[in-house]
Design a binder for this molecule. Sequence first.
Ligand code: FMN
Length: 157
Amino acid sequence: MQPLNVLYISIEGNTRNFVKNLTRYAAEQHAQNPDLPELNAKEVSEQTDFDDLDKDYFCFVPTYLDGGDGVNSGVKELMTNVCGEYIAYHQNASHLIGVVGSGNRNFNLQYCLTARRYAYMFKAPFIADYELRGVPADEVRIYDALVKRAEEVASAE
Ligand SMILES: Cc1cc2nc3c(=O)[nH]c(=O)nc-3n(C[C@H](O)[C@H](O)[C@H](O)COP(=O)(O)O)c2cc1C
């Protein structure tokens, strides 16, 4: 299977840390069974020049919001906006095949809301969520979800 491509943004390092662990976990799976995909991750920041993304990819985005709950009242995305702008650039949204959200459950209805908003805006499924830096069980669960979704997309092509 082709490597899983991941585009992510991380303001305080939690998402970067989780994606690093997930990349290592994927490499271990691939070493044991070459049919299982490795993971190629690309970090987006305010300094990133936008490129045309021509391969299918997943987006990992944490949540930073100001204001309402996104249901009864609007919210304003903070800090992570450049990630959404990158996806919206040229045709990049057409290759987005899933969104993984992270956040903190203390935020209740706003938990992982940026990822859910991206899934809605860019018409890609919301694949999974995890809290903060994640735990090893999240690596297994999210890797499996990415592989399942990539297989689904491949079989539909
Ligand atoms: C100012 C601020 C606002 C946040 N707002 C939310 C939120 O609305 N919903 C949520 O689920 N998590 C929220 N979080 C938690 C972050 O999404 C969480 O800490 C995440 O792991 C940060 O990822 P990063 O370290 O990769 O930037 C907020 C954190 C901060 C510091």
